[in-house]
Design a protein around this ligand. Structure first.
Ligand code: SF4
Ligand code: SF4
Length: 147
């Protein structure tokens, strides 16, 4: 059904609306603060609560993780793979600890579930890789230095 609008004569050619639109564009172009940044020369400071790249904490060079399997259990994306081993002092440790970041949704549940404060999510947001998408234990241990 066609609805006939009661427009004023000038409104038919949209001239005023075009001028109004251009005025808004000019105002934003000349006076508004830029919302974009010149990445990578400029970088944003994200909140401490930002959830980025994972890392594994270590104490005296030994990872805090005891391979309790809580994080792979709670992970909704099932992207954590751990193989547990035993040290001579009978302490469990992760022989293999891998995270498939392509599957990870950065929910932070692994961090919350960890009783040893071993797995953390840092504020690192530059994670693009040309090949590797599965981060190994050594790589995750390395990342703690860049958090
Ligand atoms: S952040 Fe979430 S999805 Fe990613 S590894 Fe941790 S629990 Fe899994
Ligand atoms: S929850 Fe913590 S201690 Fe347990 S396997 Fe995961 S990282 Fe290791």
């Amino acid at each position: 059904m066609l609805v006939k609008r009661d427009l004023k004569p000038l409104a038919h050619i949209y001239l005023i609306e075009i001028i109004k639109g251009l005025a808004i564009t000019m105002k934003n172009m000349l006076f508004a603060r830029n919302v974009t940044i010149q990445y990578p020369e400029e970088r944003r400071n994200y909140s401490e609560r930002f959830r980025g790249m994972h890392y594994i904490k270590a104490t005296n060079g030994v990872e805090n993780c005891t391979a309790c399997m809580l994080c792979p259990t709670v992970c909704p994306a099932e992207c954590i793979h751990i193989e547990a081993g035993e040290r001579p002092d009978k302490e469990k440790y992760p022989v293999k600890f891998e995270i498939d970041v392509l599957r990870c949704c950065f929910c932070g549940m692994c961090e919350e579930a960890c009783p040893k404060d071993a797995i953390k999510l840092s504020t690192i947001y530059e994670m693009s890789q040309s090949k590797r998408t599965v981060f190994s234990k050594d790589y995750l241990l390395e990342q703690r230095g860049h958090k």
